[in-house]
Ligand binder design. Structure first.
Ligand SMILES: [Fe+2]
Ligand SMILES: [Fe+2]
Length: 176
């Protein structure tokens, strides 16, 4: 079965629409962190990077009078739930393996516990890697959602990740 590349996910209109809303620069940086953390935690880098790129694909813009309203956001946000479902639909549509699509969707669902009841989540390594990568790029006041990136720079970094994943995956699949 042909592997879906990160570039195929990245250039899809659904990805472009929603990641431009939640912050393309943030999504790419989190994907890069996820690649590094996946290597350190023996996690499949392909799954980690795809989940990281799409982790905020479910964001809604919580505006009141043209300004981001954090209170509204905290009260009503379900971006992890929406993102998991949206990413899963997109991945299946472009031919991702069903098992991989589920793993990625669940990692997106659990990348934040802000909407869950209090208590410790027992994350699997893939889920831990994605949430840690997100946390590593967070800035106070949600500023990470507003950082911008040129399209040419974005695609260059996505292609570079694809090359690294291909190389890592060859080794990863040899080990397991
Ligand atoms: Fe998020
Ligand atoms: Fe995020």
């Amino acid at each position: 079965m042909k592997k879906v590349t990160l570039e195929e996910i990245f250039i899809h209109p659904i990805t472009q629409k929603y990641l431009k809303r939640s912050g393309m620069a943030h999504a790419i940086k989190v994907a890069e962190y996820a690649f590094e953390f996946a290597k350190k935690n023996d996690v499949d880098p392909d799954l980690a990077v795809k989940a990281a790129l799409l982790h905020d694909v479910g964001h809604y813009t919580w505006y009141r009078d043209g300004e981001w309203d954090y209170e509204l956001y905290r009260e009503n946000d379900i971006h992890a739930i929406k993102g998991a479902s949206r990413a899963h639909k997109l991945l299946i549509r472009i031919g991702e393996d069903r098992h991989a699509a589920k793993e990625i969707a669940v990692a997106i669902l659990l990348h934040t516990d802000s909407y869950l009841p209090e208590g410790h989540l027992n994350l699997k390594p893939l889920q831990y890697v994605v949430s840690l990568a997100d946390e590593s790029d967070e800035e106070s006041g949600g500023k990470h959602h507003y950082r911008t990136i040129e399209d040419s720079e974005a695609i260059k970094r996505i292609r570079s990740l694809d090359r690294k994943i291909m190389k890592e995956n060859e080794q990863f699949n040899k080990i397991i």
